[in-house]
Design a protein around this ligand. Structure first.
Ligand code: NCD
Length: 306
């Protein structure tokens, strides 16, 4: 089981482990609603290292650990840690494992979380590594779909936006490829899903790559929207060329099938207009709220208390 293992990629989580996390997350969700306190993790400490901006991921990890009764040590930005003095990630991780029982790291470089896990003697969770992966976002994304639809087989998921730099989409389609889900990938031409992500999917899992959202919208159950990852563009002209390239508004929702939902890992910039928030399709705020019980369940499994 997940006890004492690292979660750097979605590949680190077996399918049955994911469903066990969902079941436990549901229990935690009910416990949270009932207002009961949990104290199983009283002596446990989580260290969080966010070397890149974050609101939801950091806060929901920290909230999850506090809700479990544990405590959190946090390095909110690299400037206030020894990274600013030139300390290597390896040394920081060696030390952090002496101070904590579990580490969460977000870092601008692809592969950084894997590196961190090599030097840490306690389990490491990847909270996003550059344009690489964001496995815990995928857990809460799939938990949101699972609660809504009960499973993923025959579900049509349309992933829209910056598929080139958007790590949440890389992890998402990798995990979905374990199921008989239909996946449409819709993006501006310059922001297509990287070939290395697609070619690493199982050969029997086909994705439909298109630039035409309207063609796939009527059959879509989940419209997963992402923002353009402005901070990752190497060439500012490339960014200028895609500003405002897509927008989900009330008219879009009218084309959507009954019972379909709109998700977004957030932050949202201008790719979903605020009036969509009030529609029956909007699930993104609930999705973000699901981050707490899902991360509680993951931490609990990794620390081996449940
Ligand atoms: C995402 C991320 O950091 O990759 N945010 C998040 O964790 N909810 C998506 C994004 O920044 O666009």
């Amino acid at each position: 089981m997940l006890k004492q293992r690292d979660v750097v990629s979605v590949d680190d989580i077996e399918t049955d482990e994911m469903f066990a996390i969902f079941e436990l997350a549901k229990k935690y969700e009910n416990l949270l609603k009932s207002g009961k306190r949990i104290s199983d993790f009283e002596s446990k400490i989580m260290a969080t290292f966010f070397y890149e901006p974050s609101t939801r991921t950091r806060l929901s990890f920290e909230s999850a650990m506090h809700r479990l009764g544990g405590s959190v040590l946090s390095v909110p930005e690299p400037k206030s840690s020894s990274a600013a003095k030139g300390e290597t990630l390896a040394d920081t991780m060696r030390m952090a494992s002496a101070y904590s029982d579990i580490i969460v790291i977000r870092h601008p470089l692809d592969g950084s979380a894997r590196l961190a896990s090599k030097f840490s003697s306690v389990p490491v969770i990847n909270g996003g590594d550059g344009s690489g992966q964001h496995p815990t976002q995928t857990l809460l994304d799939l938990y949101t779909m699972w609660k809504e639809f009960g499973g993923f087989d025959k579900l049509t998921i349309t992933v829209l936006g910056d598929l080139k730099y958007g790590r949440t989409t890389h992890s998402l389609i990798r995990m979905l490829s374990r199921f008989k889900a239909n996946v449409n990938l819709v993006s501006p031409d310059t922001l297509k899903m990287p070939e290395h992500v697609i070619s690493a999917l199982p050969k029997n899992f086909k994705v439909n790559v298109t630039g035409d959202l309207n063609a796939v919208l009527p059959k879509t159950d989940v419209l997963y929207v992402t923002r353009i990852q402005k901070e990752r563009f190497v060439d500012p002209n490339e960014y200028q060329g895609v500003i405002g390239a897509y927008s989900i508004n009330l008219e879009t929702t009218q084309e959507m099938k009954k019972g379909s939902i709109i998700m977004h890992p957030l932050p949202r910039i201008d790719e979903i207009t605020p009036d969509v928030d009030e529609t029956v399709n909007a699930r993104y705020f609930q999705q973000a709220a699901n981050g707490v019980p899902v991360r509680m369940a993951l931490i609990s499994k990794m620390l081996g208390v449940n």
